[in-house]
Design a protein. Sequence first.
Length: 215
Amino acid sequence: MLSVHQAMKQGRICLRKLILIASLLLLAACSEIPQLPPLGADATIIAFGDSLTYGTGAAETESYPAILARLTGRKVFNAGVPGEVSAGGVLRLPEVLERERPALLILCHGGNDLLGRQDQRLLAENMRVMLRMVREQGVPVILIAVPTPDLSLKPPVLYEDLSSEFNIPLETKALPHILSKRNLKSDYIHPNANGYRQLAEALFKLLKKSGALAS
Protein backbone atom coordinates (compact mmCIF):
# COMPACT_ATOMS: atom_id res chain seq x y z
CA MET A 1 0.00 0.00 0.00
CA LEU A 2 1.41 3.41 -0.96
CA SER A 3 2.19 5.93 1.72
CA VAL A 4 0.77 9.44 1.48
CA HIS A 5 4.21 10.74 0.46
CA GLN A 6 4.58 8.12 -2.28
CA ALA A 7 1.07 8.77 -3.55
CA MET A 8 1.75 12.51 -3.73
CA LYS A 9 5.03 11.89 -5.54
CA GLN A 10 3.34 9.68 -8.14
CA GLY A 11 0.62 12.27 -8.51
CA ARG A 12 3.18 14.97 -9.26
CA ILE A 13 4.86 12.72 -11.82
CA CYS A 14 1.51 12.05 -13.52
CA LEU A 15 0.74 15.77 -13.53
CA ARG A 16 4.08 16.58 -15.17
CA LYS A 17 3.43 13.93 -17.81
CA LEU A 18 -0.01 15.36 -18.52
CA ILE A 19 1.45 18.87 -18.83
CA LEU A 20 4.11 17.56 -21.23
CA ILE A 21 1.53 15.75 -23.36
CA ALA A 22 -0.70 18.84 -23.44
CA SER A 23 2.28 21.00 -24.46
CA LEU A 24 3.19 18.60 -27.26
CA LEU A 25 -0.40 18.55 -28.51
CA LEU A 26 -0.52 22.35 -28.47
CA LEU A 27 2.77 22.56 -30.35
CA ALA A 28 1.49 20.10 -32.94
CA ALA A 29 -1.69 22.12 -33.38
CA CYS A 30 0.27 25.34 -33.82
CA SER A 31 2.55 23.74 -36.42
CA GLU A 32 -0.32 22.44 -38.60
CA ILE A 33 -0.07 25.54 -40.79
CA PRO A 34 3.08 25.40 -42.94
CA GLN A 35 5.41 28.27 -42.12
CA LEU A 36 6.56 30.92 -44.59
CA PRO A 37 9.60 33.22 -44.57
CA PRO A 38 8.91 36.69 -43.08
CA LEU A 39 7.97 39.32 -45.65
CA GLY A 40 10.24 42.35 -45.82
CA ALA A 41 8.75 45.82 -45.60
CA ASP A 42 9.41 46.34 -49.33
CA ALA A 43 8.17 42.90 -50.40
CA THR A 44 5.92 42.44 -53.43
CA ILE A 45 3.05 39.96 -53.24
CA ILE A 46 1.42 38.64 -56.41
CA ALA A 47 -2.28 37.80 -56.23
CA PHE A 48 -2.69 35.44 -59.20
CA GLY A 49 -5.99 34.13 -60.48
CA ASP A 50 -9.18 34.89 -62.34
CA SER A 51 -12.13 37.23 -61.70
CA LEU A 52 -12.15 36.47 -57.97
CA THR A 53 -8.68 38.00 -57.83
CA TYR A 54 -9.41 40.76 -60.33
CA GLY A 55 -12.31 41.91 -58.16
CA THR A 56 -15.29 41.50 -60.48
CA GLY A 57 -18.35 42.87 -58.70
CA ALA A 58 -16.55 45.67 -56.86
CA ALA A 59 -14.46 48.76 -57.56
CA GLU A 60 -10.75 48.38 -58.26
CA THR A 61 -9.89 49.70 -54.80
CA GLU A 62 -12.27 47.15 -53.24
CA SER A 63 -10.68 44.01 -54.71
CA TYR A 64 -9.07 41.66 -52.22
CA PRO A 65 -5.52 42.46 -53.44
CA ALA A 66 -6.12 46.20 -52.94
CA ILE A 67 -7.48 45.67 -49.44
CA LEU A 68 -4.71 43.21 -48.55
CA ALA A 69 -2.14 45.80 -49.62
CA ARG A 70 -3.60 48.25 -47.14
CA LEU A 71 -3.76 45.64 -44.37
CA THR A 72 -0.18 44.41 -44.84
CA GLY A 73 1.55 47.64 -45.83
CA ARG A 74 3.10 45.73 -48.76
CA LYS A 75 2.69 46.07 -52.51
CA VAL A 76 0.14 43.53 -53.74
CA PHE A 77 0.12 43.19 -57.52
CA ASN A 78 -3.30 42.22 -58.86
CA ALA A 79 -2.68 39.57 -61.52
CA GLY A 80 -6.30 38.51 -61.90
CA VAL A 81 -7.82 37.91 -65.34
CA PRO A 82 -11.61 37.47 -65.54
CA GLY A 83 -12.73 34.34 -67.37
CA GLU A 84 -9.34 32.66 -67.30
CA VAL A 85 -9.22 28.88 -66.85
CA SER A 86 -6.33 27.09 -65.19
CA ALA A 87 -4.71 26.19 -68.53
CA GLY A 88 -4.53 29.90 -69.29
CA GLY A 89 -2.95 30.52 -65.91
CA VAL A 90 -0.23 28.00 -66.74
CA LEU A 91 0.63 29.94 -69.89
CA ARG A 92 0.50 33.38 -68.26
CA LEU A 93 2.29 32.73 -64.96
CA PRO A 94 5.94 32.63 -66.15
CA GLU A 95 5.83 36.17 -67.54
CA VAL A 96 4.20 37.54 -64.39
CA LEU A 97 6.82 35.90 -62.17
CA GLU A 98 9.64 37.20 -64.35
CA ARG A 99 8.29 40.75 -64.40
CA GLU A 100 7.26 41.18 -60.77
CA ARG A 101 9.90 39.10 -58.91
CA PRO A 102 7.58 38.54 -55.92
CA ALA A 103 8.43 37.57 -52.37
CA LEU A 104 5.12 35.68 -52.13
CA LEU A 105 2.39 34.48 -54.47
CA ILE A 106 -1.26 33.94 -53.56
CA LEU A 107 -2.86 31.47 -55.98
CA CYS A 108 -6.65 31.48 -56.40
CA HIS A 109 -7.61 29.55 -59.53
CA GLY A 110 -9.99 26.94 -60.82
CA GLY A 111 -13.35 28.69 -60.55
CA ASN A 112 -13.90 28.83 -64.30
CA ASP A 113 -12.81 25.21 -64.72
CA LEU A 114 -15.43 24.23 -62.13
CA LEU A 115 -18.10 26.40 -63.77
CA GLY A 116 -17.33 24.73 -67.10
CA ARG A 117 -17.46 21.29 -65.46
CA GLN A 118 -14.00 20.47 -66.75
CA ASP A 119 -12.22 17.36 -65.54
CA GLN A 120 -10.97 18.05 -62.02
CA ARG A 121 -7.95 15.85 -62.68
CA LEU A 122 -6.90 18.28 -65.40
CA LEU A 123 -7.51 21.22 -63.05
CA ALA A 124 -5.38 19.56 -60.37
CA GLU A 125 -2.57 18.97 -62.83
CA ASN A 126 -2.65 22.57 -64.09
CA MET A 127 -2.55 23.82 -60.50
CA ARG A 128 0.35 21.46 -59.83
CA VAL A 129 2.25 22.83 -62.83
CA MET A 130 1.76 26.41 -61.60
CA LEU A 131 2.90 25.51 -58.08
CA ARG A 132 6.00 23.84 -59.48
CA MET A 133 6.80 26.95 -61.53
CA VAL A 134 6.58 29.12 -58.44
CA ARG A 135 8.63 26.68 -56.36
CA GLU A 136 11.36 26.60 -59.02
CA GLN A 137 11.64 30.38 -58.63
CA GLY A 138 12.00 29.97 -54.85
CA VAL A 139 8.79 31.91 -54.21
CA PRO A 140 6.56 30.91 -51.25
CA VAL A 141 2.86 30.33 -51.98
CA ILE A 142 -0.51 30.58 -50.27
CA LEU A 143 -3.33 28.63 -51.92
CA ILE A 144 -7.00 29.64 -51.85
CA ALA A 145 -9.57 26.87 -52.24
CA VAL A 146 -12.41 27.72 -54.63
CA PRO A 147 -15.82 26.14 -53.89
CA THR A 148 -17.83 24.21 -56.42
CA PRO A 149 -20.63 26.31 -58.00
CA ASP A 150 -23.49 24.35 -56.44
CA LEU A 151 -25.52 24.37 -53.25
CA SER A 152 -22.81 22.58 -51.27
CA LEU A 153 -20.19 25.29 -51.94
CA LYS A 154 -17.59 22.72 -50.92
CA PRO A 155 -14.09 23.10 -52.40
CA PRO A 156 -12.85 20.02 -54.28
CA VAL A 157 -10.44 17.86 -52.30
CA LEU A 158 -7.73 18.65 -54.86
CA TYR A 159 -6.91 21.89 -53.01
CA GLU A 160 -6.19 20.07 -49.76
CA ASP A 161 -4.20 17.46 -51.66
CA LEU A 162 -2.06 20.14 -53.30
CA SER A 163 -1.57 21.95 -49.99
CA SER A 164 -0.26 18.71 -48.47
CA GLU A 165 1.83 17.80 -51.50
CA PHE A 166 3.61 21.17 -51.61
CA ASN A 167 3.41 21.87 -47.85
CA ILE A 168 1.85 25.30 -48.35
CA PRO A 169 -0.75 27.24 -46.34
CA LEU A 170 -4.32 26.83 -47.58
CA GLU A 171 -7.31 29.12 -47.05
CA THR A 172 -10.43 26.92 -47.29
CA LYS A 173 -13.24 28.66 -45.42
CA ALA A 174 -13.41 32.26 -46.63
CA LEU A 175 -14.88 31.86 -50.14
CA PRO A 176 -17.47 29.19 -49.20
CA HIS A 177 -18.66 31.42 -46.35
CA ILE A 178 -18.76 34.58 -48.50
CA LEU A 179 -20.57 32.92 -51.40
CA SER A 180 -23.17 31.46 -49.06
CA LYS A 181 -24.27 34.95 -47.94
CA ARG A 182 -26.41 37.11 -50.22
CA ASN A 183 -25.23 40.30 -48.53
CA LEU A 184 -21.60 39.44 -49.35
CA LYS A 185 -22.13 38.70 -53.06
CA SER A 186 -22.49 40.87 -56.14
CA ASP A 187 -23.84 37.93 -58.14
CA TYR A 188 -23.96 34.12 -58.06
CA ILE A 189 -20.20 33.59 -58.17
CA HIS A 190 -18.54 36.88 -57.15
CA PRO A 191 -18.20 38.67 -53.81
CA ASN A 192 -19.12 42.31 -53.39
CA ALA A 193 -16.91 44.88 -51.68
CA ASN A 194 -17.72 43.51 -48.21
CA GLY A 195 -17.09 39.97 -49.40
CA TYR A 196 -13.69 40.85 -50.83
CA ARG A 197 -12.84 42.58 -47.56
CA GLN A 198 -13.60 39.41 -45.64
CA LEU A 199 -11.40 37.40 -48.02
CA ALA A 200 -8.54 39.88 -47.57
CA GLU A 201 -8.93 39.76 -43.79
CA ALA A 202 -8.86 35.95 -43.82
CA LEU A 203 -5.64 36.01 -45.87
CA PHE A 204 -4.15 38.64 -43.56
CA LYS A 205 -4.77 36.31 -40.60
CA LEU A 206 -3.26 33.38 -42.49
CA LEU A 207 -0.17 35.44 -43.32
CA LYS A 208 0.27 36.04 -39.60
CA LYS A 209 -0.33 32.42 -38.60
CA SER A 210 2.14 31.21 -41.23
CA GLY A 211 4.86 33.58 -40.04
CA ALA A 212 4.95 35.74 -43.16
CA LEU A 213 3.81 38.72 -41.09
CA ALA A 214 4.54 39.47 -37.45
CA SER A 215 1.62 38.64 -35.13
